[in-house]
Design a protein around this ligand. Structure first.
Ligand SMILES: Nc1nc2c(ncn2[C@@H]2O[C@H](COP(=O)(O)OP(=O)(O)OP(=O)(O)O)[C@@H](O)[C@H]2O)c(=O)[nH]1
Ligand SMILES: [Mg+2]
Length: 466
């Protein structure tokens, strides 16, 4: 995208509807020569068309031969999606027409648009900020109602407006610090220390929930990542196969069977779930097995939910090598219950096991199953299904991208450092440095300050025509 900045004077074009045969297909032409080029392809296009009005016109190729008849809509500069002068041409849907028109548009002076270049222009022209651009991307990629709602709110600027309140708060703090440092340049009555402190606290209370919303926002946009983990031979691969209804993973009585982790995305619950089967966790001298374990540990660290599975007939006095930190959500499964003689007594015995032996949350749900006898699996899948029933609250501002989370964490850190300093020192310039850092982080989220690499990363995820 770095290069897009230098190319904003080009007039770009792309088919913005899905390829193939359809009722209509739409080409978008956007840039300083959009009207001029469109007039070449549809000679009867008025010299000065009305913005937002559709004209029914014949399209002609360079040799004066008809291409198709079309509805051509004109959007004047500043009033289009991209902010540039734009013409949208709706023809009959069909690959031959679409490609022919595209070729003629290029012949008359357009450049085929790159991925996300229309959205980039909208961003560049200040029509949307970077968070809204990411909202567009999220909307297009939405697989569920919750994801669609969340992305639409982001596109409409809900998250951006929260960020603007944060920005204003930080700027007010900075102005007050400035005024306190140099009384002569400001007419304003400086705030008391107490008031500045309260403003910083307000900043903290606005940024904290956003940072915390990332996990939920990411799950809604990308799905739930579930990792099945535990000691060797507990039945991890068996459970993976049972949940997915396949025999994808190798099951064997030899401990240490699974080496490379295996993952599948399961879509039957609405929200996509990525389920990962991992290598059994234990101390090992086997170099290859250890590599598998290390990879599994990384999978566990990245997951939203750890399904920890133990062999019910062989768990006592065994140290389970669980990595830390574990995901926020955990589920404990005792498998091979067919080998346990007194089931009820067993369930009573292991009630405190999560806390005492695994050092995981005491309220971790515990399930009991025998994969061999196909007992108790339904309860586990039902639990997973429940976890997928997420909806987005009307007033909820959620962040969805690592990029956003990363900058907001920096913003929060700056605010917290400033807050700590203000209780210890009256050196306002020091506090101002932290507040400046927070401000830059907020600017970075909104794309007010950007470097080419960031833009590259955001816009390259788009498809052509977006
Ligand atoms: N009796 C009994 N055996 C089971 C049950 N579930 C799995 N097994 C057996 O336990 C053994 C290990 O199963 P896996 O699914 O390969 O275990 P794993 O946890 O993936 O093992 P690793 O990949 O080696 O870490 C196999 O022989 C399975 O047939 C069960 O519910 N009852
Ligand atoms: Mg296995």
């Amino acid at each position: 995208m770095s290069r897009y900045v230098d190319l904003v004077d080009d007039t770009i074009c792309a088919i913005i509807t899905a390829p193939g045969k359809a009722g209509v297909s739409v080409h978008r032409v956007s840039g300083p020569s959009a009207l001029k080029i469109s007039q070449k392809i549809s000679p009867k296009f008025p010299k000065a068309p009305e913005s937002h009005r559709a004209y029914f016109l014949q399209l002609m190729d360079r040799n004066g031969h008809p291409i198709d008849e079309a509805l051509v809509t004109y959007f004047s500069q500043g009033k289009s999606f991209t902010g540039d002068e734009t013409v949208e041409i709706s023809t009959h849907g069909g690959p031959a027409i679409a490609n022919k028109l595209l070729a003629e548009l290029v012949h008359f002076g357009c450049r085929p648009a790159e991925r996300g270049e229309f959205s980039f222009r909208a961003f560049y022209n200040g029509k949307i900020d970077l968070v809204q651009a990411e909202g567009i991307l999220g909307l297009v990629n939405s697989e569920t109602e919750a994801a669609r709602k969340m992305s639409l709110r982001q596109l409409k600027g809900h998250l951006s407006s929260t960020l603007h309140v944060i920005e204003e708060t930080i700027i007010r703090v900075l102005a007050q610090l400035e005024a306190s440092i140099d009384f002569s340049t400001e007419d304003i009555e400086p705030f008391s220390l107490q008031q500045i402190q309260e403003l910083i606290e307000k900043g903290v209370s606005l940024v904290t929930p956003l940072v915390e919303s990332f996990q939920r926002g990411r799950v809604i946009s990308e799905g739930l990542r579930v990792v099945i983990c535990g000691p060797p031979n507990a039945g991890k691969s068996s459970l993976y196969n049972a949940i997915l209804g396949t025999d994808r993973a190798i099951v064997s009585a030899t401990p240490g069977t699974t080496r490379d982790f295996i993952e599948t995305t399961y879509r039957d619950f609405g929200l996509p779930i990525k389920i990962v089967d991992t290598a059994g966790l234990r101390e090992t001298q086997d170099e290859i097995e250890e590599q598998g374990i290390q990879r599994s540990v990384r999978q566990i660290e990245d997951a939203d939910l750890a399904l920890i599975i133990l062999d019910g007939s062989d768990y006592a006095n065994k140290v389970v090598r669980l990595p830390t930190p574990l995901p926020n959500q955990t589920i404990l499964v005792f498998n091979k219950m067919d080998l346990v003689s007194n089931g009820e007594q067993f369930k009573e015995q292991v009630r405190d096991y999560p806390k005492t032996m695994l050092d995981i949350q005491q309220d971790t749900p515990i399930f009991f199953c025998s994969i061999k006898k196909d007992e108790g699996i339904k309860q586990i899948t039902k639990k997973l299904e429940e976890l997928c029933l997420v909806d987005v609250d009307q007033n909820e501002s959620l962040i969805t991208q690592y990029r956003q989370a990363d900058h907001l964490e920096k913003a929060l850190l700056g605010l917290k450092k400033a807050h700590q300093l203000i209780t210890q020192t009256t050196s306002y310039d020091l506090i101002a440095i932290d507040m400046q850092e927070s401000l830059h982080a907020i600017y970075a989220v909104l794309g007010k300050e950007f470097d080419d690499q960031v833009l590259d990363r955001v816009f390259k995820e788009f498809c052509i025509g977006k």
